[in-house]
Design a binder for this molecule. Sequence first.
Ligand code: SF4
Length: 793
Amino acid sequence: HGLRSIAARRYATASSGPQARAAVPNYDLFRQRLDKARATVLENKPLTLAQKILYAHLHDVSSMSSAPVPGETYLKLSPDRVAMQDASAQMAILQFMLSGMKQTAVPTSIHCDHLVEAYEGADKDVARSWQTSREIYEFLQAASQKYGIAFWKPGSGIIHQLVLENYAAPGTLMLGTDSHTPNAGGLGMLAIGVGGADAVDAMASIPWELKAPRVLGVRLSGSLHPWGSPKDVILALAGKLTVRGGTGYIVEYFGEGVASLSCTGMATICNMGAEVGATTSVFPYTPSMARYLRATQRAAIAAAADAQQATYLSADEQVAQSPEKYYDEIVDIDLSSLEPGYNGPFTPDLYTPRSQMADTVGREQWSDKVSAALIGSCTNSSYQDLSRAASLARQASERGLKVAAGTEFLVSPGSEQIRATMERDGIQQAFESIGAQVLANACGPCIGQWNRDENPVVKNRETNSIVSSFNRNFRARNDGNPNTMNFLTSPEMVLGAALSGRLSFNPLVDTLTDSAGKEFRLQPPTGDELPKDGYAQGRDEYRPLLDHQPAMEIPIAPTSARLQTLEAFVPWSGQEFSDTRVLVTVQGKCTTDHISAAGKWLKYKGHLENLSRNTLIGAANAAMDGQVNLVRNAVEGLEPAQGTIPDVALAYKKASVPWLVIADYNYGEGSAREHAAMQPRFLGCNMVVARSFARIHETNLKKQGVLPLVFARPDEDYFIFAKDPHELVVRTQGVSDINEHNPVVSLLVERVRGGNVVESYSVECRHTMSADQIGWFKAGSALNLIASQQGAR
Ligand code: SF4
């Protein structure tokens, strides 16, 4: 009994103090910083909400001499909080361990959600994940205890849902080691997805750098029609902006349409804003946010935020009156005329409005049969989402209907709180009555943790369609089958697809046939923004563990295949790079999934050496007709002469041959994982030269000591490397005296054939490194620099 009570005490209850849920933000401090910035460098100019939150988090305004220039100036910021998921937390913790710190400098939480393979049902899924990932969970739990981090164990929920329920607070700044961290923008927080190395900065109280973003205003007018859902806003916006359109921007919503949205609906919109490449997305503080804060037992934050609404938690009055003058760009969306959207397959920006879906399915020859329908995830797990979807399930079950034959229907609740509430209020039963399976409160199929391998469509690599309320649909992401066409839509539309079994089914006009053979049309969904009886808390065992024990040992077995203590990367030699070979000239889309695949590789997230065996296996080689994961060895006599990208990279590493990657546009889009930068670095990559980069990945390369360069003439010079790159030998000019004032670095490229130089080229490139980032590069990595500042080495 004694032991049990000690164990029970370690788990926070809903009201067990400030660490269990966010403390009331220090709005006085934010206002002081903001006022100081306004009065000095900002010259009292009107500000958007995003700018206010950023400037209220400047590390030291007195170190700024002039107003920040968007797209140019680096802001040094002091985040309020860090959140990490279990896959990315491993490397962040391994790095933090080397930093010499005793405790995280800001409140931090770890959420075990990505490693749970979900397919059998919640309890079995979670129990199995303890069998397969016990070592990782014990490592993360011990590190959490050592450094004073809140630890959310597997089954407790998905990071972004838990952050929204517990930690998000209007006007604060958070870093999360996951690209959908912006979800918390639905609660007025500026929440930014970063790599683990950036999280380590915040955890170590090192000012975190962000290039001052532009602000893209999205003006919402009208209100959603009965079949409309907040998801449709971001599906349509992704269609307009494309996966690159938000790069370098914060998306800020404004206009009279905002008031009609629920807090959780706004979170959905901000969550999937990651798919347009935006730094983050944010909504101004609204009464629906206050309602959500009170419903999640944070009335004190709501009261404090109410007092800040007019001044700090919304854009300045002049901005509201003349938005064209203050936003860098404006996009208009009329909620009243917004159709439900379907985005996909294979990319989140391929938007088809519902009314055109049937035609498009026929024209594009998409597979009309829906083999699986999935709802939930971090994107669409709110009470409103699930209660509206359940209202459609009830209509079907009342008529004796179940999901279509051959269609699986899976539900991934975002948290234990939402699952328990769903169960109490009969929502789960409504789903189960039509044949749903409720999976663990975890990412599951959204991140490829689905175990669909035995399903014939995957086994036989069949073309098939799946429909989900998730946020991302790169090829093979969900089930590993490159022929699975994955469409993103609202939970309500997923229900339509589940019941009809067809992509082309339009619930607004088409009919279903009930068990008596009678045709009927679904009535528009209905649901509640918040549960009438409040949220159920769920099982105590899923509350966070808060148990600071500084003397805790962190277990890492030397024989482990999944965890490996990190060794610091070698510092830069101070010389130009020479004799560098081109490992691959990447053609087309190359996301961080292509550079460091997820799925079955997730289990090696804490073991750099083992994980690096997947480096760039999804990359298409421009020099070999776009063949994926196949390159020629540039060094004569080195084996293999031709092989997979990681095999050839490893051969270079063993022979101490430095190499670079040539990349196409928007290289490294997608998730924030720093492994995509660490793995190439570990294997000997010294530069990545791209036509353009996705922001987070470019920063991650800098953090790991890899030099990212952009072609000055991307439309010409890229093609020099697309032809027989194995013949090219590269040296640099401009690295030995690299500095923040001169962005030019040139590549002197020789084409060597049969031992003779047959052609040479001078290729002008640009770097985008600030003075601090150059410090990282010189030290060999940002971590090396932090450790030397801590005096740890
Ligand atoms: Fe998990 Fe998917 Fe959300 Fe990422 S997008 S946090 S994998 S549910």
